[in-house]
Design a protein around this ligand. Sequence first.
Ligand code: NI
Length: 169
Amino acid sequence: MIYPIVKFGDPVLETPAAVVTSFDDGLKKLVEDMFESMYAARGVGLAAPQIGISKRIAVVDVTFKENPGAKLVLINPVIINKEGRQRSSEGCLSIPEFREDVTRAKTVTVRAQDLSGKFFEHTGEDLLARAFLHETDHLNGKLYISHVSALKRDLIKRKIKKLVKAGEW
Ligand code: NI
């Protein structure tokens, strides 16, 4: 099932999500739906709050379907290590049509649980590192625009307000 993507302005995006405690078939189905919704929206990462579900679940595929082995499911993820710096353009499915340069760590290790509840660690570089940070932020109710200057953030918010008024958001 493809869920619509929740857009900026919905409080669910700025609310810390709940820890997942039940690793059942419902969770498996939800993760499948999250991948389907992410691909339909042409994204490389999606957090459950972005489909209106306030749970600590994220899916990532920085190869966008090219390498099935690159599909990652992160349940209750925590960033345990960050190294180096990278700066490049970042966007979010919940803030469509906007992009800004964001400085992030270059190498990031995440600790998370898989669909069976088993803990694992995964280290990513560049885009994958960025995805780990961006999606984990989502689960903490934080959006990438919190990492840009107040000036740029206010500009984006003002533009979104206009779009809302025009019924285009
Ligand atoms: Ni996002």
